[in-house]
Write a protein that binds this ligand. Structure first.
Ligand SMILES: Cc1cc2nc3c(=O)[nH]c(=O)nc-3n(C[C@H](O)[C@H](O)[C@H](O)COP(=O)(O)OP(=O)(O)OC[C@H]3O[C@@H](n4cnc5c(N)ncnc54)[C@H](O)[C@@H]3O)c2cc1C
Length: 306
């Protein structure tokens, strides 16, 4: 499984493979399992459907490692439009952004201006903006820009990855800011010096970090658990109840199309649940990461071909 994961993650950076896969009908059919459609109206319609079962959403347009300033600006404008649609439809929806989609690799300060514009508009709309965490080489700059964006704007949250060896120290440095933190296991190909190669170590570090976040709810931290691992979710539910927290003090976020039954069961049990809905045409690298999380998913694609 480790080898399959690492091959799939390496393949996710191949432009050649991206071109080969993008136009194949069977691949597009398989991708639909994880996204309601390639355009914003499909994502908004899915968010509306989820709201009927008291599940909120987080909207994200697929795309990363943009190398052209005009493109980064268009991404910012797109999200400003998404925020206008959220307001117009009174949707319980957040947005989630990737810094390299907003031009981080081109010009850090310009990227910050885009984040600040989106954070300010999200606050006006009464919603939240999440900053995704990408490969480990971006962690320092992501946390730096998060700190700057969050100053005076409590509606900005950031993702931390439990697989990284450095994350406990990062979490400690962020806790005084009363942060909103979405904790995930981590989806990229990282060397063993940087990230735990064993799933058991990642799961244990996840639980320790999550428990630490729960201890800080009383000080204003908002813990968000971005995972489909129901064993972990149950452990965390017990942990939260054990320290006297009510179900609304943390949130559970999952990906569209994964663990749908669990999402509904958690919402019915009174937990705050959100589904991250991805949409857009730049799905190749993101889709390969979904395959790598569960290499058995590759069989789903193969079945579609047959
Ligand atoms: C809301 C949200 C935001 C995220 N944001 C980021 C981010 O910013 N940066 C980042 O690096 N990663 C992000 N991720 C991805 C994350 O790092 C993991 O790769 C992903 O969540 C799978 O790990 P898991 O916690 O579900 O646990 P796992 O132990 O991998 O999976 C637990 C169970 O969930 C199910 N499952 C998990 N993945 C799949 C799949 N692809 N297909 C089918 N079933 C599956 C299986 O039943 C599996 O047994 C995000 C995930 C979520 C839910």
């Amino acid at each position: 499984v480790g080898l399959a994961r690492s091959l799939l993650l390496r393949a996710s950076r191949s432009q050649w493979l991206a071109r080969q896969m993008r136009d194949r009908a069977f691949v597009r059919r398989a991708v639909r399992r994880f996204m309601p459609g390639e355009d914003l109206p499909s994502a908004l319609a899915a968010a509306q459907d989820l709201s009927r079962t008291k599940i909120g959403s987080v909207l994200t347009e697929l795309g990363e490692q943009v190398t052209n300033p005009g493109e980064a600006q268009a991404v910012r404008d797109h999200y400003l439009d998404v925020l206008a649609r959220i307001k117009e439809r009174r949707l319980d929806a957040h947005i989630s952004i990737k810094l390299t989609h907003l031009g981080l690799d081109i010009d850090r300060e310009n990227c910050f201006r885009h984040i600040a514009a989106l954070a300010t508009r999200s606050a006006e709309v009464g919603t939240r903006i999440w900053i995704d965490m990408e490969e480990s080489r971006y962690v320092d700059v992501t946390l730096d820009l998060f700190r700057r964006a969050q100053a005076g704007r409590p509606n900005v949250g950031v993702c931390l990855q439990a697989y990284l060896r450095r994350t406990p120290a990062d979490l400690e440095s962020l806790l005084p800011l009363k942060p909103a933190i979405r904790l995930v296991k981590g989806a990229y190909n990282e060397p063993a010096e940087v990230a735990f190669p064993s799933k058991r170590d990642v799961d244990e570090q996840y639980f320790r970090l999550a428990s630490r976040l729960l201890e800080h709810v009383g000080d204003g931290a908002l813990p968000v658990f971005g995972t489909h691992d129901m064993r972990l979710v149950r452990r965390l539910g017990d942990q939260a109840a054990g320290v006297g927290l009510d179900p609304g003090s943390c949130e559970f976020h999952m990906l569209y199309g994964i663990g749908t039954g669990d999402q509904q069961a958690l919402a019915r049990a009174g937990h705050t649940v959100r589904v991250l809905i991805s949409y857009g045409t730049a799905w190749f690298a993101w889709y390969m990461r979904r395959l790598a999380e569960r290499p058995a998913n590759v069989w789903f694609v193969v079945r579609n071909i047959v």
